[in-house]
Design a protein around this ligand. Sequence first.
Ligand code: S3P
Length: 435
Amino acid sequence: MPEITIAPARGLGGAVQPPGDKSISHRCAMLAAIADGRSQLSHYSSGADCHSTLACLRALGVEIEAQSDGTVAIAGAGLHGLRAPAATLDAGNSGTTLRLLSGILAAQPFASAIGGDASLNRRPMRRILEPLGRMGARIAAAAGDTPPLRFTPAAEGLQGIAYAPPMASAQVKSAILLAGLYARGETRVQEALPTRDHTEVLLHAMGAPLEALGQGEIRLHGPVEKLRPLENYRVPGDPSAAAFFLCAAAGFADADLTVEEVSLNPKRAALLDVLARLGARAQVLTLEERAGELAGSLRLTGAKALGGTTIAGAEAVALIDEAPILAVLATRTRDGIEFRDMAELRVKESDRIAAIAHNLRALGASCEERADGMFVPGGQKLHGARLRSGHDHRIAMAFAIAALWAEGESVIEDPECAAISYPAFYEDLARLAQR
Ligand code: S3P
């Protein structure tokens, strides 16, 4: 599909079940692979990124049966049961696969290598090379500290460290904790701002000796002997996928949208606070707990008018994946949205600040681009345009929603990258959009 044409809509309504959460799917597959015993996962993310994780784990000798309905059975190899891969592991477009698996590969008694597609092979890896190196890992990167990464066994094994990552990153924290499972002594990570905590929640549920010390400090006692499998674990829906439709509903005055079975982990729910601040309040219909993770259903009805807001600091960290769709929604507000403290957007699957600014301008809207954020004014009329995904899933999906609000049809170039996190996105969009 080289391009897709999207017509404007007059409203949005119905029910949607987002795919299984991408962050949780990666983690439960990796942890199940090194647990003792069989894990049975359901509602595993259908996205290509999470299937890259399964392919890497298979190449490490793990037996995995994945069905098309999202059921994945993983025969845990134990912490010391992985085997040397025959070739360079392919993480595809997935930064989470590459960075988290690096924590495990660094601790193995065999050599290995991992790389990805052109986008991933441009992304910065110093952020994991530095702490893993301090733990004793031997890792060589390509020029500029980019993938592929080559791992040589650490002769002395790994030792625990106390580390405060210089940027807020759940991927960095998780890579250190995964290496910490194998390291001698205490591994401590001190976060300045909280990031998503799925690694900690799952490790705790699987019996790892992990403690949250408060004030953003996490401690793990290594080496860990074994992890319990996830015997029957259903992955909650992905809130960052649901965000596209929640924001779409917020932008139509008489929308009525139900989102089924989505993660309501407090570290992933900041979008609901921002929408409420703008004037669109979501109602929690059901709530349950699964192995320490919260999941539930939401209903959001459109707002007569949306105000404006600033996203900065801890919220900037929590909403880093939602920035593209919030920037699009900003055009529907009265006062606009200011995004601060979001330099990380420049090193995602694409430079998302540049991609957002380019596509907003193509739609006839303005966007004040800054080094670490942007300001998108409110009250902007959009006109149909040719839009570029830049092979970045979240840019493709955000601008497919923008097209609903434009006057005239829009064309999204290279839209198929949506399948990285949400393969059924365009079908769900066609079903929910009212024309
Ligand atoms: C993720 C963490 C975030 C996020 C990414 C998934 C994770 O990245 O943007 O989509 O699953 O840990 P950073 O850790 O680089 O902030």
